[in-house]
Each structure stands twice: as structure tokens, then as C-alpha cells.
Design a protein around this ligand. Structure first.
Ligand SMILES: [Zn+2]
Length: 470
């Protein structure tokens, strides 16, 4: 079996065939660092995280590049409003983005290139487009891509080429250009804006050019997978294809993957409607990061995800079931022969998980396979059918699977020493048959987010998974 992915450009679901043997090169449009990143953006970043994790689990070498837009109109306005420099504002919000990503256990991209550190690469690309006649200058020193010079423009978004551009970042009347559809590669110098004095004239890059320049620099002129939210298909990705392929004469991207919107109360989550939840705010409200992660990854990336307080409750319950099973297996001791039917059960569950993920990352079907196995293992534990070694095999299955999902507690979850000693005190209290002390210690541990259970394998603990406070 091979990994199959649905390409937005052709609509086809095709086997992944990396351009370079077993090396998958992925570029993702990343954050614009001018404010807190909302969870809708993180849905599209975590979908790539799961993709990267799954490909590595399948044995591929993966190079993942995610750009950081650190100069654009919003950043310039934000910095002016805050009375600080553009770079300072971008540094602050980039650090916050990385911190939020870490809390959500997002794999660190191999390269997080910043636009302002790649101005010469962008200028070289723009110069090539000028030389070839795909770009032109305007009186104010700006440079535009000429859409009329690129007949296949609009294929990705399935647009009528005569259709007006919508959602463009530059208003038609703000810069003089030949055709309202043309997009800015370079914005001529304006007082009060960051500007680079380059051979093509002083100014700053347009937004689209940074992704072509940085992806090609770090991944080559042609690479395997480009991702983003569906809102980036047009014009951003359409523009990336036009300027990249016009400059190199080579196919830019093998497979385009786009993540559907996250909706809140049935409407698209976006800053413009004020209908947002920021990751930092959600986690600070007491939501376990693992529960938020689960809620964001558990629905197929091409399906709209409706985010509501119940989705966090359901996600926290799912993570707690995994934690509880892991805790049971970790303390399970039974001196008996191995369960003869366990190897098949584990192998079948593995095959079902892989088949679902191979099918364009059908994560909901993959999770169904995981929870079928969870039920099966809980039955075997209750029946004391497993040997101690079997319990270890089941833990290995869960840990291997979690290299993709990223929701289990850390293997070395070191309990704080004070809590560890409360657990030890409780074991001593029970040995002394002091049930009142045992109950009091259980309650105290609960206030610290630790659940305790008494089993025939002894006292067992796990961290409570919070879905948040009301
Ligand atoms: Zn981009």
C-alpha cells in the first residue's frame, strides 16, 4: 500500500511518488506574525504536522518548510499603532506563534524562513520575470506580474481568466497597474514603510513572491507538496504557480493540499468577523493542549470542522480514554502465558490504521481503528487474558501510533516530587488500612489534576484531561 493524496489542481487522488527517492519535500504557507494566531490557522498547520509525522512513520525522509511573513501591510500598521519597529513586532509574535505551536505539539518545521531574510532571492526572481516580459514597472516604482502573459492562470482555482480578482491585498486604485487582475511583485518605496534599496529599485516585496522565492530556495524549483488553507487557493497559490512556472519553465508543485475552514457556530472563523479563538486564550482557559490538538486533528482535513465547546469535551474524553488504557497497561502484571490472539489483533489494528491514513489522511477512520483496539485491549485487561509482556506489546503499539497522533502523555511523564510523595503516602495509608487517610489523599491529588484508581495491579494514576472551565 502507498500513501495517496488528493491534489487540488487536478482533483485526482494519486499515489505519492516523491521526485527524489524516499524524500518528500513539503512547503506550507505559514503565519503572518502581527498578532495572536487563531485556532482556525492552527487547524491547517496541525494537518501538515500530522502529514509530516505520518510520512516519517512510513519511513520517508521529509523536509518541511513553513514560511513566516514578517513584513506586510498589517504588520506595518500594527507596528505603527504600537509605536515600535516592524521587526520588533514580528519578533514578538513569531515567538508567541512558536510557543503556541509547541504547546500543541506541532512538529518544528525543518526551516522557518522569514520573508525579510530572503529579499535578494525575491529580487532575483522578479528580475527574471521582468527580463522575460512577465512583469512590468509602474510610475511609482512598483512591479506587477502581467496575468495576460500567463494563459493557464486560474487553473488551480478553476476561474474564468476574465473574472475579477477578489480578496486581493492591494486595492486596485492604490497602485497604478495595467490590468486590475495583475498582482504586485514589488511595492515601490513609500515614506514611513520598510524599504530595501535593491537593483530593481527601492521598495518592499509583495506577499505572493516570498513563497515562490523561499520554497524554491529551500526545496528546489520543483517539489512534492504545497499546503495551505482553502482561502489561500486564490489568489495566493494561483499567483505562486504563475510567477514560479513563468520564471523557471518547470512544474512548480507536484501535489497541492488544502485544508478546509474551521467554523465556529456554523460560520467561518476569521479575524475580520471577530469570530475567533486564539490558541493562547483557549489554553489559558484551562483546556488541556492535548484535547485542543485532538479536536483540531480528528476530522479529515478536507472536511469543514465545526468547533464548539462540545468538541473539546469529546476530545478530552477521547484523550482520557487513551491515557487510562496506557496507565492500565503500564501497571498490569500477570504471570501467565502470552495471549495467543493478541499479535493478530495488534497487526489488524495496525493495518486498519495505515489503510485509513494512506487514503488521503483519513484520520477519523484511523482513530476509529485505534478506539476499536482500545475497547479490545480493555476487555483483555478485564479478563486478565494478557501476560505482562503482552501489556508491553500493547504499549509499544500505542506509542508507535502516537508518533503520528501526538496526543499521549510523554513517556517520561515525571510527576512533580510533591505529588509523587502524596501517591507514596497513599500507598502507605492503604497498606495500614487507613481508609480515611487514603480518601483524603485521593481528594488532594484530584485538586492537583491527578486521578487515582486502585486495581489488582496496585495504585494507578493519570493526569486528568480538562476540556476547560465554563
Ligand atoms: Zn504562501
Amino acid at each position: 500500500m502507498t500513501v495517496r493524496l488528493q491534489d487540488t489542481l487536478t482533483g485526482e487522488t494519486r499515489p505519492l511518488e516523491p521526485l527524489e527517492d524516499d524524500h518528500v519535500r513539503i512547503y506550507s504557507c505559514g503565519p503572518t506574525v502581527y498578532g495572536p494566531v487563531h485556532i482556525g490557522n492552527f487547524r491547517s498547520f496541525l494537518f501538515v504536522d500530522v502529514l509530516v509525522r505520518y510520512l516519517r512513520y512510513r519511513g520517508y525522509r521529509v523536509t518541511w518548510v513553513m514560511n513566516v511573513t514578517d513584513v506586510d501591510d498589517k504588520i506595518i500598521r500594527g507596528a505603527a499603532a504600537a509605536g515600535i519597529g516592524v521587526e520588533e513586532l514580528a519578533d514578538t509574535w513569531l515567538a508567541r506563534f512558536v510557543a503556541d505551536a509547541d504547546r500543541l505539539r506541532m512538529t518544528r518545521p525543518d526551516v522557518l524562513p522569514r520573508a525579510t531574510r530572503h529579499i535578494p532571492e525575491m529580487v532575483a526572481l522578479i528580475q527574471t520575470l521582468l527580463d522575460q516580459g512577465h512583469a512590468y514597472r509602474t510610475d511609482d516604482g512598483s512591479i506587477f506580474f502581467r496575468i495576460a502573459s500567463w494563459p493557464s492562470y486560474g487553473r488551480l482555482a478553476r476561474l474564468d481568466p476574465e473574472q475579477m480578482r477578489v480578496g486581493e491585498r492591494v486595492e486596485a486604485d492604490e497602485y497604478a497597474k495595467d490590468d486590475v487582475r495583475d498582482f504586485a511583485l514589488w511595492k515601490g518605496h513609500r515614506d514611513g514603510e520598510p524599504s530595501w534599496d535593491m537593483a530593481i529599485g527601492p521598495g518592499r516585496p509583495g506577499w505572493h513572491i516570498e513563497c515562490s522565492a523561499m520554497s524554491m530556495k529551500h526545496l528546489g524549483e520543483s517539489f512534492d507538496i504545497h499546503t495551505g488553507g482553502v482561502d489561500l487557493i486564490f489568489p495566493h497559490h494561483e499567483d505562486e504557480i504563475a510567477q514560479s512556472e513563468a520564471a523557471t519553465g518547470k512544474p512548480f508543485v507536484r501535489t497541492w493540499l488544502h485544508c478546509a475552514h474551521l467554523q465556529m457556530s456554523g460560520t467561518k472563523m476569521a479575524k475580520s468577523t471577530g469570530n475567533i479563538a486564539r490558541v493562547g486564550e483557549v489554553l489559558d482557559s484551562g483546556v488541556d493542549p492535548r484535547a485542543l490538538r485532538y479536536a483540531l486533528i480528528a476530522v479529515h482535513y478536507r472536511a469543514a470542522l465545526n468547533y464548539a465547546p462540545d468538541s473539546l469535551t469529546a476530545a478530552a474524553a477521547a484523550v482520557d480514554r487513551l491515557d487510562a488504557l496506557l496507565a492500565s497497561l503500564a501497571t498490569y502484571r500477570e504471570d501467565r502465558p502470552d495471549d495467543p490472539s493478541l499479535p493478530d489483533a495488534l497487526a489488524n489494528a495496525r493495518a486498519a490504521f495505515d489503510a485509513a491514513m494512506d487514503d488521503d489522511l483519513n484520520v477519523s477512520a484511523a482513530l476509529a481503528a485505534v478506539f476499536d483496539l482500545v475497547r479490545d485491549l480493555n476487555r483483555r485487561i478485564d479478563a486478565r487474558a494478557l501476560s505482562t509482556a503482552d501489556a508491553g506489546r500493547a504499549i509499544d503499539w500505542l506509542r508507535t501510533t502516537d508518533t503520528v497522533l501526538g496526543v499521549l502523555p510523554d513517556a517520561a511523564d515525571d510527576l512533580e516530587p510533591a505529588l509523587r510523595s502524596l501517591l507514596d503516602d497513599r500507598v502507605a495509608a492503604r497498606a495500614a488500612r487507613d481508609w480515611a487517610a487514603s480518601d483524603r489523599l485521593r481528594d488532594e491529588l484530584a485538586t492537583h489534576g491527578i486521578a487515582v484508581e486502585d486495581t489488582r495491579d496496585g495504585q494507578r494514576w493519570r493526569r486528568l484531561v480538562e476540556a476547560g472551565r465554563d
